[in-house]
Structures are given as C-alpha cells and as structure tokens.
Ligand binder design. Structure first.
Ligand SMILES: [Zn+2]
Length: 310
C-alpha cells in the first residue's frame, strides 16, 4: 500500500494564527460558543483523547474529563505554543503528523475531536477514515465542520453575488485549502464509516461583524447557546458540531493489534510509512525495524511528518 501519495496539507508552520485570529482577532464570541457546544457534546470521562488539528491548544484544557490527550497537528511551531500554554506533563503527548497517515495503532483511542480542521481537508472522507481506524468500540468522535449551506451563502447565492450553489453536496473550496461542506455529505461520510450520529449542534448563529460590534458578547453567546439546540432540526449556521459514536460492537479494523491497556506512549505508535508496529525507542528518535525509517523526537514533540535523513 502506497501511503505516501496523500492529498496536500494546510500547514500552519511559523503561523501567528493563535495570536492574530484568536487572541486579537475579535473572536471571543466564536471561542465561547464553541466552548459551550463542546461541553454539551463531550463525554463526562474518558481514557485517551486524540485532538486532531490541536494547533496551539486553545481547546485542550476543555478535555479535562479525559485522563490523557494526544495533541496532533502538522505544525511543530503550533505544538510548541501548545506546550508553552499547557506545560510539559505526562498528561499531554505532542505529535506532529499528517492526518492522512496517522501514526497510531488501530482502535487506540476512546475519544477524538476535530474542530476547525476538516475545513482544510482536500479529501475529507479519507481523513475521516483515518480517524475511524484509530478509534475503538464505544468511543466518541466530536467533529466540527464549516457548513456551505449557511444562511449568508444562501442569501448571496439568491442575490447572484456568489457563483457556487450552497445546495449541492460537493465541498466548495472558497480559498486555497479552505473547504466548506454540505451537512448531508458529512452525514453520509460518517455513516459509511460505521459512525452513529448522536447529536448535532449549530454554532455561531450571530457571526456578523455588525452584531458583534453593537451587541454585548455575553448576550450574543447566551442567545447562541439557546439556538444551538436547533441543530438537530436544521443546520444553517457557518459552523456545525456533530457528536458521533462507534458502537460497542462496532467493527474493529482487522489490521494491527490494539494495545488498549498500555500506558506507554511508545506502544501507541505505528510507522506512518509502512504501518508496522511497535516502533523501537532509540535515544532521540523512534525506529521502525520493518522499513528502517527513523522518526524524530524533538523538544518533547514526536515528529512523524518525514523520516530522518540517512
Ligand atoms: Zn516503517
């Protein structure tokens, strides 16, 4: 299997995204409404959570019910920011990797989140398939996706100000490597992967500069928190949260040996190049004896993007 032929990745390496977008970008409303949605969707407790597209760890502290969290991002500079924010502890494991080639053994996690990340996936079903593989029976997956069928896009389409239709099922790439999805398409992909959708919440009903400027943030957040529940009926907001689960008797992927009970992160990994596991720990890197690849560990970050040069 050629696992190296994967779609392009949106890379935030060296980006000041956390500062420019979240800390100084007037996104308090978005951050607070997301926190509410997450609280409503997260299981009370869990063992091991995979946070896909963790970035600088803005959401990580919200997963307090889980014993440990693996923060995964393609950018090591984003992960370094997350380390600085959360501190180095056994509780957090930092992994730089490509979502299309996840470096974990099958069925490892009992929880996963993907917030504002599917947005950058040129091949969303392929990425979701990778997530499904590393989730065990009875696990929970919380997915946020950008919704092409949002009220603003519908209005713009009807007024002739937008050439793409919000009603068709294919994703729309409105800026390079930025995709919006149709809720029906996302439901179909999840269903095909044996996920059961348990709950849907719509978020950011009032994401309009004019409203955010003149109405107190606290009030907008409160109104959004009420409106979120309509997500089970219809989804017309720019952001949609889904809680999906893998049934207890859900088919565990046949390949690989899940080592659910190991507390050692070293036992969780597989080689993203040839899919062999376990990997061997050698000083500053992990070694794959099957294909000979070495994967760096730098400043507490496991780097599975490219093997070390020979
Ligand atoms: Zn290998």
């Amino acid at each position: 299997m050629d696992t190296n032929n994967t779609p392009p990745v949106c890379n935030y390496e060296g980006s000041d995204y956390q500062t420019s977008f979240w800390d100084q970008g007037g996104r308090e409303y978005e951050d607070r409404t997301e926190a509410i949605a997450l609280k409503r969707l997260l299981p009370e407790s869990g063992r091991l959570m995979l946070e896909l597209g963790a970035g600088a760890g803005r959401n990580t502290s919200r997963y307090a019910g889980f014993e440990r969290v693996v923060l995964l991002d393609y950018s090591t500079t984003q992960l370094a920011q997350a380390q600085a924010r959360l501190g180095k502890s056994d509780r957090y494991i930092f992994v730089a990797a490509d979502v299309y080639r996840l470096p974990f053994v099958d069925g490892l996690f009992d929880g996963a989140t993907m917030i504002r990340t599917l947005h950058h996936m040129a091949d969303a079903p392929k990425a979701l398939g990778q997530v499904r593989k590393v989730l065990g029976p009875g696990s929970t997956f919380i997915l946020e996706f950008a919704n092409k069928l949002n009220a603003k896009a519908i209005l713009r389409y009807w007024l002739g100000k937008q050439d793409w239709s919000p009603f068709t099922l294919e994703p729309v790439e409105f800026v390079a490597l930025n995709f919006d999805f149709h809720p029906k398409a996302v439901k179909k992909w999840l269903g095909a992967l044996d996920f059961r959708i348990k709950k849907m919440l719509t978020v950011s009903h009032f994401r309009m500069d004019l409203l955010k400027k003149f109405i107190p943030t606290g009030l907008l957040v409160f109104l959004d928190s009420l409106a979120q529940w309509t997500g089970s009926l219809w989804q017309l907001t720019p952001s949609v949260f889904v809680r999906a689960s893998v049934t207890r008797d859900g088919k565990v992927p046949p390949k690989g040996i899940p080592r659910h009970n190991s507390d050692e992160a070293i036992d969780w990994f597989k080689c993203p190049k040839c899919e062999a596991s376990p990997l061997e720990f050698e000083k500053e890197h992990l070694h794959c004896s099957a294909c000979g690849s070495d994967w760096a560990i730098r400043d507490g970050i496991y780097d599975f993007r490219e093997p070390l040069g020979k």
